[in-house]
Structure formats: C-alpha cells, structure tokens
Design a protein. Structure first.
Length: 335
C-alpha cells in the first residue's frame, strides 16, 4: 500500500502595516519643534554646542538677550563655533575670529578682509518658552508651540533634561498617547469613558480629554495631546489641583531621542513652599510613568502589526506620522 505523503503547512508570515520612515531616512526629518537646550544653559554669554538631527548646531544670546540657534560649523574652513565665544551679541569663531550675527551672516573677519557673500550660517526659527530653547526644522514654522490654560507668567515652571537617550525616534514615544491599551495595561489608568472616539485631530496635533483614576486611585481629569511628532502635552488636575506637563523630544542623532520634562503649577493655588512641594509630587508621578515606559522603549522595534479595535486611535496616529511633512533645509550646513 502506498504511504500517504505528509501534509506540509505553509510557514507563518508576520503581518506588517505600512512602514513609517525613520527620522533621517532619505536625509529627511519631520518638520516639527525640537528642544535644543535649557534656557539657563545660555546664561552669562554662554555658547552651547548641541548635536541635532544628523549634524550640529550652536545656541547663544544676541545683544538683546534673545536666543539664536545656528549651524555650528564656520563656513570658512569648518571650525566648530561652540569652541568660540559671544562678544557683544555676536558669535566669534575661535579659529580665525570671524564674527556672525544672530541672522547667521558673517559681519567681520579676524584679519579685516571683507566677509565673503556666501559666509552664512543656517538660522533655525527659534522660540524660548517653558524654560527651553526650541528650534523648528525648516525655514518657517508650520505651527506654534502649545499653550497651557493660563498665561506663562501666571505659572511656576520647572524644566530639566533627562540624561539617558532612548534608541527610538520621538514619534515612537509620542505614540504612547493614542495607545489606549498601553495607558490601561502598563500604567493602570482607568477611564470613566473611552476617549478614543472624541479625539480632536488637526494637521499638526491630536488632543483628547478624559476623567478617570491613576493606578493608586488618585482622581484625575486630563487633557492629553501630541503636537507635531515631538511634544507630549498634558493639562489637568490630580485630586482637584491643576498642573501642566510637557515632554518635548529632541533628536541628537538619527535613531535616538533625548527627553526634556516641563512641569507647571498655578501661582495662585498656594504659597511658594506648597507649590514647590506640589511640583515635587507631580514630578515624581510623571517620572514614575516615564520609568515604566523606559525598559520597553530601550528595546522595542516599533512597527505597526496586528492591531485590534482598541487600537483605532493608535492606527490613525501612525497614519498621521506617515503623512507629516519632512525636510532638511539645514543639511548642507549642519553636517
């Protein structure tokens, strides 16, 4: 009797959604606001060099005290301008003493030769808010930084940089916000009502509001959002007292993210001591949330796979990231 041939099963195939370009892929980066440094780093005429996107920039204050972020390499022979100094609001190269205005234009050479017309640095659009200096990847901003419900001068704010880098792009960290499964499962936050169907989408942001409880039972009422693909926004109350929180993300090199933390409280809701204690408490709360994400972000290979109904907000966010404008007008200057 002939033996039956063994049946072979086709090998399993991993499901993959449409890929999202990595930051720097094809030489392009998302056109959004990125934090460059803490405002306090530019005190006393300091010149600060920062690795940024796939190159390097330099930050300093002009004669009026306004911050500038320029490409870091001198157009003469390429010296790193962060080794120079700020003199009367101009940036002077340490090598040959060429001087640059905040516009990026060279106005003087060390030996007195006329500055060549092409002696220019790339000037990024800049904002200084929330204790940070920000730069937009482009020649003109496509949107502005977010606002808290109160004016900045009515708030007490703290800003700090997290020393560790995450080996992911900023949008991967931002994807945690529309990932409602992650919020419920990892952080133990419960919603009174599912916020997925009430998300406000624009071309440059997403926001939603919810009421619920933190993992330890604290009553919370939050408005969460993502601005661009690099800023997490939170405004709301915990046990009835308001605070604001931003987590802006920078790109020090392709494939890595540096995290900054901004905490805010209302001046009117307590004296200096009680406000400081409240900010201490919410800072620790937010750092706990970050620490819960940290080991996952340190090892994840993020891609859209087999999503479920609960992932409908996440799915739309991933498409939002795919469609976000990308460019790199500073490429020839900062590399």
């Amino acid at each position: 009797m002939a033996q039956a041939k063994p049946r072979t099963e086709p090998p399993p195939r991993a499901f993959r959604g449409k890929p999202i370009p990595a930051e720097g892929e094809g030489g392009l980066f998302t056109q959004t606001w990125y934090p460059v440094c803490l405002s306090e780093a530019l005190a006393g005429g300091a010149v600060v060099g920062v690795d940024f996107l796939d190159g390097r920039v330099v930050a300093f204050r002009d004669q009026r005290g306004q911050p500038s972020v320029l490409s870091a390499y001198c157009p003469h022979v390429g010296a790193d301008l962060s080794t120079g100094e700020c003199i009367d609001g101009r940036l002077r190269c340490a090598f040959h003493h060429w001087e640059f205005e905040s516009s990026g234009r060279c106005v003087r050479t060390g030996v007195g030769d006329p500055p060549p017309p092409g002696a220019l640095l790339f000037r990024f659009p800049v904002r200084e808010r929330f204790g940070l200096v920000w730069a937009f990847n482009g020649t003109d901003p496509h949107f502005e930084l977010p606002d808290f419900p109160d004016p900045d001068d009515a708030l007490v704010m703290r800003a700090e940089a997290v020393p560790e880098l995450f080996p992911v792009d900023p949008w991967v960290l931002c994807a945690n916000t529309p990932d409602l499964q992650h919020i419920r499962s990892l952080h133990g936050i419960s919603f009174d009502r599912d916020p997925a169907d009430a998300i406000e989408w624009t071309e440059s942001s997403m926001f939603y509001e919810f009421r619920g409880r933190h993992a330890h039972g604290e009553r919370i009422e939050y408005r969460l959002g993502i601005i661009g693909t690099s800023i997490f926004y939170q405004s709301g109350t915990i046990d009835g007292r308001w605070f604001g929180f931003l987590a802006p993300f920078a790109i020090p090199k392709p494939g890595f993210t540096r995290t900054y933390l901004v905490l805010a409280a209302r001046r009117e809701e307590g004296d200096a001591a009680s406000t400081a204690a409240f900010l201490d408490a919410v800072t620790e709360l937010e750092k706990t949330v970050v620490s819960e994400d940290a080991p996952i972000m340190a090892t994840i290979r993020y891609r859209q796979g087999t999503l479920t109904r609960s992932d409908r907000a996440l799915s739309r966010f991933l498409q939002y990231v795919r469609e976000f404008p990308r460019a790199h007008p500073a490429a020839d200057f900062i590399r």
